[in-house]
Every structure is written in C-alpha cells, then in structure tokens.
Design a protein around this ligand. Structure first.
Ligand SMILES: Cc1cc2nc3c(=O)[nH]c(=O)nc-3n(C[C@H](O)[C@H](O)[C@H](O)COP(=O)(O)OP(=O)(O)OC[C@H]3O[C@@H](n4cnc5c(N)ncnc54)[C@H](O)[C@@H]3O)c2cc1C
Length: 395
C-alpha cells in the first residue's frame, strides 16, 4: 500500500535544475515536491561545474540566491588561450560591453538552493529510491518511489524531469516519440581538485601536442585542473605524480610558468559527449538540464544551460497552472533548444580547436593552430569566443 499525496509539479532530481525550478515556482505561488536520489551531504560535496555565465549570476541574484555568491564568487573579466608556450589573453568584458563570468562551484549553488528551499518550508526528499513515472501522457501523471522504507505515490499536474544524464525521466518517454542526437568525442577529461592556490588569476585553456589542459579554480585556496586523457583510461593509471608531471609539461611557457601544486582532494575521469533530446517534452513530462542535453565541458556551459531551461519552464508552468495560459508550455522546447544548439556548437568548436586530434592527425593539428592564431589576433574572432563564453543574451 503506497502513501498517496498530491502536488502541482513533481520534480525528479535535486541538482541545480530541479532545485532552482522548485525555487522559481515557489516564488510564483506554485507548489512542488523535489525528489533526490542521493543524500544531502553527497549532493552538496559533488565537485562538478564552476563557471557561471553573466545571465546565470543575474538570475540567481534577482531571486534572492546571491548572498554567498556575491561574497565568494570570483568575477573574471578575461581568460587565457595558451599554445606554443605563449599565453594570449582574451579580454571577455572588454569585448562584450562589460559582461563577465563568475567562478563559483556548482556544489555551492546546490547548497544555497537547498538552504533556501528548506528555509522556506519547501518539500525536498533526499535518498528516494525506485523512482518511476506513470501516465505521463495523461492529465494525471504520477511518480512512484520509495522513501524511509515505505512506498509512495506523488500525484501531479506536471512532472519535471531534472534528474541528469543518468536519470529515469528521459527513458520514461516511449521509444520513437523523441529524437536523440548524440556525438561521442574520442577523448575524456581527467579532473582534479587540489589544495593549492591557483597559479593564475584567470582560466587557462591550453593547447599542447600531448593534449589539452585547463587551469581553473574554485577559491583562492583550491585549484581545479584538467587534462585530456584517453576515454578508456582508469584512475589507477593516473597516480598524482604522473598528473602533476603532465600538467607541468603542458602548461610550460617560454618565460617559465610555475604551476602551484598541493594535495589532490578529488579526482575523476569524465567522458565527453554531446546529447540533445528533441523535443524536451512528452505529454505532461518536461525535461530540463542534463536530462535533456549534455555538452562537453570545454565551453563551461552545462550548468548554465540547465539554469536557462528552468528559467523558461518556471515562467511557462506558472502561467499555465495559475491562469490556464498554455502558450509558454507549448513553446518551452523550441525556446530552450535555440540556446541548446548554439551552445552545442560553441562547445564542439572549443573542443575541436583545443584537443589533441584522434590519431594525432597532422592536418587537423595545423588547422587547430591556424584557428588559435586567428582567434588571438583578430578582434572579431576573439569577440565570437568572448560573447559565447560569457553567454549570449537571448540565445
Ligand atoms: C562528473 C561531471 C563533471 C562536470 N564538470 C563540469 C565542468 O567542469 N564544467 C561544466 O560546465 N559542466 C560540468 N559538468 C556538467 C554540469 O555539472 C551539469 O550540466 C549540471 O550538473 C546539470 O545540472 P542538472 O541539475 O541538470 O543535473 P545534475 O546536476 O546531474 O542533477 C541531477 C540530479 O538528479 C539526481 N537523480 C538522478 N537520478 C535520479 C532519480 N532516479 N530519482 C531522483 N533523483 C535522481 C542526481 O543525484 C542529481 O542530484 C559536469 C558533469 C559531470 C557529471
């Protein structure tokens, strides 16, 4: 026997997409329940993205989520492209009329959203299991799950599938009802979090014949560093000493760049792929964030796309549930996909320009160098990179 309860919007997944959707809906008087498979400490410590577009920062601040972000977020007005041992600064703010990015870890965004939801008395259940979606093509969809040793049924007007790439929502859609576009890349990223002060104030995207490397950061005490590696690599072939040696080699400059080193506190290999599910809706199920699309992390866009989806979805659902206006939900997928495909292109472009080509194809390598020289010498080409990186307004 299941315990039965009702809500307007059942949200599967308590990552950035699900939590922010719940927050935005609550501010418009719409009731929701967020179901998260993992524990609160796990989601608040999971190291993932960390670059927020200008539009993401503006939205969080406008919705009372900006207090810690304002205090601890690190605003960056430029980034470096490094190749042939020389760094070239792309002045993001100067090229985009003052727009910038903010470095603020995804786990902090999730913790801020969790605090806000619980403080407002919103429903957020951690460690739910056996989640399944039912009757999503009817007017009365429901979510079945286990929590605290008991079976539950959550009856909803709408379900938001915000459960990431490995969630169950996307698979609840019947085969053939949506088209799934996939591009697998022949490389992966080995990412580490190190207790070492950042070696540079800004991000460094480094093209090297041994493979791509990225210098990023999470705070004045924590460096976030990535290396292109083989997708079949396991972590045990990458002991810490090998990682530091490879990072030193790839980041080396003609004028003696010094990489700060320290204890590695997190290490992960992430495959790189692009996925888009089209449309992002089936019946009363709306997909948002990584449940609907993933991008290779080179463009730093995954989290920002998730935020854009739920911004649009929250407005559309509020209009519909409060007054019956259905124009917004009818256009939800089309509106999101415009930005999704722009970002897919940008992420693919950055990935293709910066990574060691499969099979070390020498022709491809020459093309990459030509492109890098163009982007760093032409103001028009640099502006293309800059405006996509900080986030194009309205797309
Ligand atoms: C390992 C990794 C590293 C990344 N690094 C970067 C990076 O460096 N830069 C960048 O820009 N982007 C990065 N990304 C992408 C970025 O983190 C995502 O785009 C972002 O998390 C999307 O948010 P989301 O809420 O849609 O999905 P998620 O953050 O994946 O959240 C989904 C939530 O749903 C929960 N869930 C899953 N299944 C169920 C279920 N059945 N029932 C209930 N809950 C469920 C999950 O536990 C999770 O909390 C990375 C992603 C991964 C996986």
């Amino acid at each position: 026997m299941s315990a039965v309860r009702s809500t307007q919007v059942g949200i599967v997944g308590g990552g950035p997409a699900g939590l922010l959707l719940g927050h935005l809906l609550a501010r418009q008087g719409i009731d929701s329940v967020v179901l998260e498979a993992r524990s609160r400490p796990y989601v608040e410590q999971r190291v993932r993205a960390g670059v927020l577009e200008q539009g993401t920062v503006d939205l969080l601040k406008a919705n009372d989520l900006g207090e810690r972000l304002q205090r601890e977020g690190l605003v960056h007005e430029g980034l470096e492209l490094r190749f042939d041992g020389i760094g070239h600064r792309i002045p993001l703010a100067e090229l985009t009329g003052g727009r910038a990015i903010t470095v603020y870890g995804q786990q902090k965004v999730v913790a801020d959203l969790t605090d806000a939801r619980l403080a407002a008395g919103g429903d957020l259940l951690f460690e739910v299991g056996d989640v399944s979606l039912h009757a999503i093509d009817s007017d009365a969809p429901s979510i079945h799950f286990r929590h605290d040793g008991a079976d539950h049924e959550l009856r909803c007007e709408v379900i938001a599938g915000c459960d990431g790439y490995h969630g169950v929502s996307r698979d609840a859609i019947p085969a053939g009802a949506v088209q799934v576009y996939v591009r697998e890349y022949p490389f992966a990223w080995l990412g580490i979090l190190a207790e070492a002060p950042p070696s540079s104030e800004e991000l460094i995207y480094c093209h090297h014949e041994r493979g791509f490397a990225l210098h990023s950061l999470r705070s004045p005490e924590l460096s976030r560093l990535y290396l292109q590696c083989d997708p079949s690599d396991e972590l045990d072939v990458w002991p810490d000493e090998r990682i530091w040696e490879e990072l030193r080699t790839r980041f080396a400059t003609r004028d003696g760049f010094t990489l700060n080193e320290g204890p590695v506190v997190d290490k992960l290999i992430t495959p790189m792929r692009s996925v888009v599910v089209e449309p992002m809706q089936y019946g009363r199920l709306f997909l948002a964030g990584d449940a609907a699309h993933t991008v290779p992390p080179t463009g730093a866009k995954g989290l920002n796309l998730a935020v854009n989806d739920v911004r649009i979805l929250a407005g559309a659902l509020a209009d519909w549930l409060a007054s019956g206006a259905s124009e917004g939900i009818a256009r939800y997928s089309e509106q999101c996909l415009e930005k999704v495909w722009r970002v897919q292109h940008f992420s693919w472009w950055m990935t293709s320009m910066l990574h060691r080509p499969a099979g070390r194809d020498p022709f491809e390598h020459k093309l990459q160098r030509a492109q890098l020289r163009y982007v760093t010498r032409s103001r028009a080409a640099a502006t293309t990179l800059a405006e996509n990186y900080v986030g194009l307004a309205g797309a």
